[in-house]
Every structure is written in structure tokens, then in C-alpha cells.
Design a protein around this ligand. Structure first.
Ligand code: PMP
Length: 417
């Protein structure tokens, strides 16, 4: 396919999507559009090849990782959709690979053998919270202040940011947001007898890469379990070694009934999310498999990625630790050098945040970074956080280049004496 003239793309976006989005894309790309991508780089229509350390956490393996592309290509040549009245081996193999992956990584943890596949993270949130309500017979969900779990109505109820909920509050199912400063909150809420589940992100990615205190999570999970509520770990952003571990919640020994994955699960090639859960939580679907279905759930092209994506992530685990160390050192140095702009550095693994001192700086920084050749993702619920999501496959030279660009941009934004 020949990339169309950028002007045509911007006109189409303006006419058929959003005029505001079109203007933002034009500014970010300086009139260029995406043309191709490979590894850590995107190729633009004007020939520039910026580094992609963003992609909203999908590009853990970079763009078009060869093993994953090959798996999809093979499936593409064989069968792309499922009849849905016959068994599909690619979907079954993906579920077995995923459940086996976590059973092998955490043999001492509660078994999560049952799987539901969605296409977006919010699909996984929807099914988990629906099952929790069905097995407990209770309506209310406990989430955390600052939480981000998606924007479909069920998931939006758990997402805390008022800007996303505006005009919809009355349409959202019952949810209470708890402060992570309150270790007794789950016990107190559960005593009212109507709590179906506790849902949390071990690190709140969209809220500015903020880890929840392990001891508070442990107390909350213990209370939820004591009161018969379901514990759901949303690792759509943090899982699959984005934060070093296959699952932070399982690594922390939390008694999880459901683990949610998404973003890089399709290898950065296909859309895919999953809920892994216990036998008990899955029971309504065991009793009636049609109680929660979607036409493309278990889509063979998406599911074809899973064994290759998991194997490729594991093969790069050591590399990920090296990238983490280089990014940690680099960002710490940057924060010291640019203390007038940077308030704090937070992060672990391949999920990092520079907390800027004011909101106006963020837009300027993201745009200036793109101009100099580094794409990053802002955080959708934290307007002062510059988020850096280095791929696990990044080379030393690519990490060094990203840090140099950041240094130059922060230097240029610094108030002049
Ligand atoms: N949960 C978490 C932790 C997320 O970070 C996101 C997306 N940023 C979602 C759920 C929703 O995923 P999606 O946008 O794919 O629906």
C-alpha cells in the first residue's frame, strides 16, 4: 500500500473522526503521518524514523517482532476466523499456553486455569466484574482512587477520573473508590454485605505510574477474601514483564481470583486481552458458555500470537533488566540535572514516569520530544506525568539515544536565568 498524502489523512480524520484529534496528530507529526514501523522505530511519511518508547504500553516487543509476525502469517494462510460452532485449535492452544505460562511462573500461587479472551483491556474488566457479581450475588465493586480500567460502561465505573465519567455517573454500576492510605477500607466496605469484588492495578499506569503499597494490597486482599469477595488484579499494563515480573500481584503473593492481561498480549501485532481465573469464578461460564460471548472472542489471528509473544518476552527477560537499569540511571540523572522542571522519577521494569512540575510543560515536552525523534505516551489520568515505555528489545544505543533526546528537550524547556 502506498501511504496517501498526509493532507488527505488529516482531512479524513477531521471529517470522519475528530477535528481536535486531527489537529493534535498534525502538530505531533509536524504534518507527517505513520507509514511503517519495525523494532523500536516508526517510519513517518516524510522519511523521519523516531524511536517509539510509548505506544500506550502495547509495544513491549517493539513493532512487528518477527516471531509474532510469522505466527500470524501462518495463521493468515490457514484460517483467519472461527465458525464458532466448531472447535478452533489455535484458540485452545493460546488458552493452554497462557494458563500454563502463569502456572509455571508461580506454582505456589492459586491456580488460574480458566481463560476468557477479549480484544481490548476493558473486555477483560467487563467479564471479570460480571462473573464476580454472578458468583457472589452482590452488586458493588471496590476500586482505587486514581484507577484506570477502561471506558466501556462497566469498566468506566471502575475508572476514577471525573473527566471520563462526566454525564454518565447515573449510568454506571455501583462502585466505591478507596484511598490507598486506608488499609482498613476493604474490611469496612465489605461489612455492608454488598461487595462483589476488589479490583486493583499493582502499579497505576495511567494515573502516573504510581505503585500501590504492597502491605495495603495484602491487607485489602485478605479482607476481601474473608468477606467472600473476589480479588481481581488488573495487569493489563503492568503484566508480561512490563514491570519486570510476569505478574506483579502473583509475585507479591496476593490471593488473586482473576488476572487481567492485554496491551502487549497480542505481541504488539494483534489486538488481544485475557482474563485468567479460578475454577470458582469461572463457574457461571462453565454452567452456561453463552452467558458472556462476543463474536471475535478467541479470534484465531489474535490467538495465534500468544505462544510466540510469551516465548519472545521470556527470551528477552534478561535484556529487559539491562534496559531497566539503564533507564533508571538515566532518568535519575536527568531529574537531578533538570530539577527546575522535574519533580520526581517513578517506575520499575519498563514502565517509567517523569513527574513534571507543571501541566503546561507536558504538552510542550511531548511535542518537542516527537520533533527530536522520541515518541512517548502521556498518562491519560495524570496531566503532569511524562511516561516512558521502553520496549524490552531496546538496544543500549536506542536507550542512550532516547535519554539524550530527553536531556536536550528538558534543557531547551528549562526557564532561562
Ligand atoms: N486497565 C489498565 C490497567 C489499563 O492501563 C488500560 C488501558 N490503558 C485498560 C484497563 C483498558 O484497556 P483498553 O484501552 O484496551 O480497553
Amino acid at each position: 500500500m502506498v501511504t496517501p498524502a498526509p493532507a488527505e489523512v488529516f482531512t479524513q480524520l477531521k471529517q470522519h473522526f475528530s477535528a481536535r484529534a486531527s489537529v493534535t496528530y498534525r502538530l505531533m507529526g509536524r504534518n507527517a503521518v505513520e507509514a511503517a514501523a519495525s523494532g523500536c522505530r516508526v517510519e513517518l511519511s516524510d522519511g523521519r524514523t523516531p524511536l517509539d518508547f510509548g505506544a500506550y504500553a502495547v509495544g513491549l516487543l517493539g513493532h512487528r517482532p518477527p516471531e509474532v509476525v510469522e505466527a500470524v502469517r501462518e495463521q493468515l494462510d490457514r484460517m483467519t476466523i472461527s465458525t464458532r460452532i466448531l472447535a478452533n485449535p489455535t484458540t485452545a492452544r493460546a488458552a493452554a499456553a497462557l494458563a500454563g505460562h502463569f502456572a509455571d511462573a508461580y506454582p505456589a500461587r492459586p491456580a488460574l486455569p480458566r481463560v476468557y479472551f477479549g480484544l481490548n483491556g476493558s473486555d477483560a474488566v467487563e467479564v471479570a466484574t460480571k462473573l464476580a457479581r454472578l458468583v457472589t450475588g452482590r452488586p458493588r465493586i471496590l476500586a482505587v482512587t486514581g484507577a484506570y480500567h477502561g471506558k466501556s460502561l462497566g469498566a468506566l465505573a471502575l475508572t476514577h477520573h471525573p473527566g471520563f465519567r462526566a454525564g454518565l455517573e447515573d449510568s454506571l454500576p455501583a462502585t466505591t473508590h478507596l484511598s490507598p492510605d486506608d488499609p482498613d477500607a476493604v474490611d469496612r466496605e465489605c461489612r455492608r454485605g454488598d461487595v462483589a469484588a476488589l479490583v486493583f492495578e499493582p502499579v497505576q499506569g495511567e494515573y502516573g505510574v504510581r505503585p500501590l503499597p504492597t502491605e495495603v494490597l495484602a491487607a485489602w486482599c485478605r479482607s476481601a477474601r474473608e468477606h467472600g469477595a473476589v480479588v481481581i488484579a488488573d495487569e493489563i499494563q503492568t503484566g508480561l514483564r512490563r514491570c519486570g515480573e510476569p505478574s506483579l500481584a502473583l509475585a507479591q503473593g496476593l490471593p488473586v481470583d482473576a488476572l487481567l492481561l492485554g496491551k502487549p498480549l497480542g505481541g504488539g501485532v494483534m489486538p488481544l486481552s485475557a482474563m485468567l481465573c479460578t475454577e470458582a469464578l469461572y463457574q457461571p461460564l462453565e454452567d452456561n458458555p453463552s452467558m458472556h460471548t462476543a463474536t471475535f472472542s478467541g479470534h484465531p489471528l489474535s490467538c495465534a500470537t500468544v505462544p510466540a509473544a510469551l516465548a519472545t518476552v521470556e527470551r528477552h527477560a534478561e535484556r529487559g533488566r539491562a534496559v531497566e537499569a539503564a533507564v533508571r540511571d538515566g532518568l535519575t540523572g536527568l531529574a537531578e540535572r533538570h530539577a527546575a522542571l522535574v519533580h520526581e522519577v517513578r517506575g520499575q521494569g519498563l514502565l517509567w514516569a517523569l513527574e513534571l512540575r507543571d501541566e503546561a510543560l507536558l504538552g510542550q515536552a511531548v511535542q518537542a520530544l516527537a520533533k527530536r525523534g522520541l515518541l512517548v505516551s502521556p498518562c491519560v489520568s495524570s496531566p503532569t506525568t511524562l511516561r516512558l515505555l521502553p520496549p524490552i528489545v531496546a538496544t543500549d544505543a536506542e536507550v542512550a539515544e532516547a535519554l539524550e533526546i530527553l536531556d536536550a528537550v528538558l534543557g531547551a524547556l528549562a526557564p532561562k536565568p
